[in-house]
Write a protein that binds this ligand. Structure first.
Ligand code: DC
Length: 229
């Protein structure tokens, strides 16, 4: 059995973090947690319930009514997010949510709520979690930290291909604008802005295949685990 450690993968939008995180978790028999899905599900709740993002009392009240859970989909082998018992894994990928999520994720009460839940999920280790602040704030003592980067044009193409399947009316420009806006807000917000942890290893996957990036990450993991293997 592979030793249980915590692996964090942070980076800008559409760098391929979740692809790597899922494959790594599968290979190591770890749990994969998509922390972005939590912020997206909270955003969906706020949109559906017209929560006023400038009203702290209303936000705190709303958060008390939110329960988030990841449940394994046995067919796909991936865990999917449930908001108050409803599977919202697909609806949270919509552009309507993507357009608001960075603003919601910048709210300090929202972050405290999500970070506490994420830390709880890591208690038994054996997890791969991706996001923006996982190596810096959620698990500053994680054994392996990866910071992913990729050229902007490649990121836009990848997200476009992913979104086009669900919404053929979407344009490359819309995707480009959304990614640029989220990168800006995520990197410049007051609470836990996106940044590379000092001890994170940068992985630029602009010219890498999925297999090459997985091999790179597995090498890092083996290096850390070797003494106990
Ligand atoms: O990874 P993603 O694109 O699904 O994330 C959606 C948004 O959530 C992203 O624009 C920033 C925010 N986010 C965050 O602030 N902190 C995280 N740990 C994960 C995501």
């Amino acid at each position: 059995m592979f030793p249980k450690i915590i692996i964090t993968i942070d980076g800008f939008s559409s760098c391929g973090k979740s692809t790597l995180a899922k494959q790594l978790a599968q290979k190591l028999h770890y749990t994969y947690i998509d922390s972005g899905a939590m912020y997206r599900a909270i955003t969906l709740y706020f949109l559906r319930n017209n929560i006023d993002r400038s009203n702290e009392k209303e936000i705190r009240h709303a958060l008390q009514d939110i329960s988030l859970e990841f449940i394994l989909n046995k067919h796909s082998g991936n865990s999917e997010i449930y908001l108050n018992g409803e599977n919202v894994e697909y609806i949270i990928r919509d552009l309507v949510v993507a357009e608001k999520v960075s603003e919601v994720a910048a709210l300090k009460d929202v972050r405290a709520f999500a970070v506490a839940a994420q830390q709880k999920m890591g208690i038994d280790k054996g997890i791969v979690m991706d996001g923006r602040d996982i190596g810096t704030v959620v698990f500053p003592d994680a054994e392996v930290k990866i910071f992913m980067v990729a050229d902007e044009a490649v990121r836009v193409e990848r997200r476009f291909a992913e979104m086009f399947d669900k919404n053929p009316n979407i344009s490359l420009d819309e995707i480009k604008t959304n990614i640029a806006m989220r990168d800006y807000i995520d990197s410049n917000r007051k609470v836990s802005p996106l940044r590379k942890a000092d001890d994170a290893i940068e992985l630029d996957n602009t010219h890498l295949t999925e297999k090459q990036q997985l091999d790179f990450a597995l090498k890092l993991v083996r290096k850390v685990c070797e003494p106990v293997l």
